[in-house]
Design a protein around this ligand. Structure first.
Ligand SMILES: *[C@@H]1O[C@H](CO)[C@@H](O)[C@H](O)[C@H]1NC(C)=O
Ligand SMILES: *[C@@H]1O[C@H](CO)[C@@H](O)[C@H](O)[C@H]1NC(C)=O
Ligand SMILES: [Cu+2]
Length: 688
């Protein structure tokens, strides 16, 4: 270019160069540079997005394998870490690291170097914080070598974007190794949510992270919602030994020690069973301590929450667990106050502790009113196990002005004596603790919604469609797969939403008397009337004995009623005391309960006489207590193909899930060029 000929050209050129320079570092980065940039900073989203007044929230997630207890510095040999006095130090020289660096280490429970899936080099993944109604854009890059992946945005309704729900083979094809995919969805509803892998058992490997949606400023909500008085604690049950597929095999076949002795399965305090998945330790925000006995731990540095005396804090607790429910309490602090569940605000409830099941989120308020010092936030599994073990996730709550104890002793739970205050425990999967324990269960029947987005009138209709779904392990000896109404879920081999014609939904071979494997789907709202649906979700019959946290995609539902089995005064399940002998009939003699009905015919079509119409709470994941049932309602106003499944990862992969195909005639078209997957088989023939 001859810059001397036209002065104006030169000026314009100059202006463009200045503009480019000013924006360098923000909008001029290539996609690859953005992925690298957010890995370095630890903040997953572009800095000029996600704020108040921004219309979008744009983030980058890199998924790759990583090892725990290893530190790698650019251009240097990797260093193995060991634990000393509540710190992670170099195992060769014992040298300590700066705290800010130590905080980025992937430690898990410090037991040995075990493989995990990291997001942006972190475990768990970084928190994405968006604002209600923002368009969330998340670029996901899969750098794992052998595994494909997808990410589900747990709690988001995905209205008008059902293909962005992230369920492998239901709403999309998996993202293959080396490939990237961009999710786009509206941030709704507000509250505490999370993102996690939705293929196989990858969540078990650590592919999860918090997703927080801040309400718009005009919403009437309980504060704080953001800032330095809000903390996030994401919980997981941790196993040392293996990767997710090995854990699945062990659930099926048994888990044996080197002498050939099988590990015992554990039970909850009521006698309900858990499947074979050994919880070696619990993690909060990726950190936990391994207890080699009931009192001796290995001192792994825990997540730290700093508090100031007499200030109130909101803790957003998320369960990313694979299997176990956790009972959460704060040492030295009682009561705590429940503020929200699954993102929905509820009337403040005073409790000693609460129970959180896989897939649930519970916000609580802590008043930091104890003597200044170091305390523990504790989440103990509900398991009953041998006296010389302890399965709990812990994090430090530290009063800023106090000296810190980096390796505090285990905290035993509060005493619940009859002279003092009975311990109120929120969200038990059973109706009562043994009567001598002085602990009282508060359930979702006792909760009042105060969420500004709740409107139970929308499900108060005389024209209700009622359906029964039994989540259980029914079957004959040797063949008792996880199933819904006796259907073990067979995932499609294509992206079902985008390629409905290539999915074999035929379940004709299944009936009330058989257990079978097929792609179980039920169509709702076929005539596009936004009808009200009432689901009666049960865990009854011969395949009961486990409680299941059931999650519905695409909706939040109103919890109209939770009904439990029969328990004796010691809080033990009574044999044959399930609701299939009380409110419900299973017509099949096998007790598969795939075709359940109300015993009292006048209850059919949504006429259960005892539903909760007093501001029922809204949720998207609810525990179905063994032998019991839960009645939920929602309005079918969100066309899409929604997965409906047990949120225990290993139960889900075993087949305890199904598809709700909502308003198929008006489902929105996928975007142009939406990735489709080809099956190697077409019309029953292999393509060659
Ligand atoms: C369920 O538990 C009861 C009582 O503990 C037991 O008798 C029954 O065999 C169990 N059923 C299954 C399917 O494990
Ligand atoms: C059936 O339910 C109705 C409505 O709750 C009740 O009035 C009636 O007594 C019940 N019938 C029986 C046989 O329990
Ligand atoms: Cu389950």
């Amino acid at each position: 270019m001859n810059l001397n000929v036209h002065g104006t050209t030169k000026m314009r050129y100059f202006a463009i160069v200045v503009l480019l320079t000013a924006q360098q570092g923000i909008s001029q980065k290539t996609e690859k540079e953005w992925y690298e940039y957010v890995m370095k900073t630890g903040e997953p989203c572009k800095s000029n997005t996600c704020g108040l007044g921004d219309s979008t929230c744009e983030c980058y997630l890199t998924i790759e394998h990583a090892l725990t207890m290893i530190y790698t510095e650019q251009g240097q040999q990797a260093v193995h870490l060991k634990i000393e006095n509540g710190k992670a130090v170099r195992s060769d020289s014992g040298k300590e690291f700066e705290r800010s660096l130590e905080e980025t280490f992937i430690l898990a429970d410090g037991y040995k170097s075990r493989i995990v899936i990291a997001v942006n080099g972190r475990f768990p993944g970084p928190t994405i914080t968006a604002r209600e109604n923002q368009e969330v854009i998340v670029h996901v890059r899969n750098l794992m070598h052998t595994d494909s992946t997808t990410i589900h945005w747990h709690g988001m309704h995905q209205k008008s974007s059902p293909w962005s729900d992230g369920v492998a083979f239901v709403t999309q094809c998996p993202i293959s190794p080396g490939q990237s995919y961009t999710y786009k969805f509206n941030a709704k509803p507000f509250g505490t949510s999370f993102y996690h892998a939705h293929i196989g058992d990858q969540r078990t490997m650590g592919l999860y992270g918090p997703l927080i949606i801040i309400p718009t400023p005009y919403q009437k909500v309980v504060l704080p919602q953001e800032g330095d008085k809000v903390y996030v604690a994401i919980i997981q049950d941790w196993n040392h030994d293996d990767d997710a597929d090995a854990l699945y095999q062990k659930m099926l076949l048994g888990d044996f020690d080197s002498s050939g002795k099988p590990f015992a399965e554990t039970k909850d305090p009521s006698g309900a069973q858990y499947s074979r998945f050994k919880c070696h330790s619990g993690l909060i925000n990726g950190r936990g301590r391994f207890y080699s006995s009931s009192t001796i731990h290995n001192g792994v540095p825990l997540e730290r929450f700093e508090v100031e005396k007499n200030e109130d804090y909101r803790f957003r607790v998320i369960s990313a667990a694979t299997m176990y429910p956790f009972r959460v309490f704060v040492g030295g602090h009682r009561p705590i106050y429940i503020l929200a569940s699954d993102g929905f605000e509820i009337d403040k409830k005073e409790v000693e502790s609460f129970i959180i099941h896989p897939g649930e989120r519970i916000d609580f308020l802590l008043n930091a009113d104890a003597k200044i010092g170091t305390y523990l936030l504790v989440a103990e599994t509900l398991e009953e196990y041998s006296l010389n073990e302890y399965h709990a996730a812990e994090a430090i709550i530290h009063y800023k002005t106090a000296d810190i104890d980096l390796s505090p002793k285990k905290v035993t739970s509060h005493t619940c004596d009859s002279s003092g205050i009975t311990c109120r425990v929120f969200n038990c999967p059973f109706i009562q603790y043994p009567s001598n324990e002085n602990q009282k269960c508060i359930t979702f029947n006792d909760v009042i919604s105060i969420d500004p987005n709740s409107n139970p009138d929308e499900v108060n209709s005389d024209d209700v469609v009622e359906m029964f779904f039994n989540f259980a392990f029914p079957g004959d000896n040797g063949n008792t797969p996880g199933s819904v109404n006796g259907h073990q879920f067979l995932p499609p081999t294509v992206a079902a939403y985008a390629q409905p014609d290539l999915v074999d939904y035929n379940c004709d071979a299944c009936n009330a008397y058989t257990i079978c494997e097929c792609t179980y789907a039920v169509t709702i709202d076929n005539d596009n009337k936004d009808k009200v649906y009432q689901f009666v979700i049960t865990s009854i019959g011969g395949g009961a004995n486990w409680s299941h946290p059931v999650h519905l995609h695409g909706h939040s539902f109103y919890v109209m009623k939770m009904v439990f089995a029969t328990y004796d005064s010691d809080g033990q399940l009574v044999p044959n005391g399930g609701q299939d002998t009380i409110d419900i009939i299973c017509p099949d003699s096998n007790k598969f309960c795939s075709d359940a009905k109300w015993r009292n015919e006048s209850w059919t079509n949504g006429k259960h006489p005892d539903l909760n119409w007093h501001n029922p709470p809204q949720k998207d994941t609810i525990i179905i207590p063994t032998g019991g049932y839960v009645v939920i309602r929602f309005k079918a106003d969100n066309p899409g193909v929604w997965f409906f499944h047990c949120h225990i990862d290993l139960h889900n992969t075993n087949g305890m899930g199904m598809i709700i195909n909502e308003s198929p005639n008006i489902q929105p078209e996928v975007p142009n060029n939406f990735p489709k997957c080809n099956s190697f088989q077409n019309d029953g023939k292999y393509i060659s």
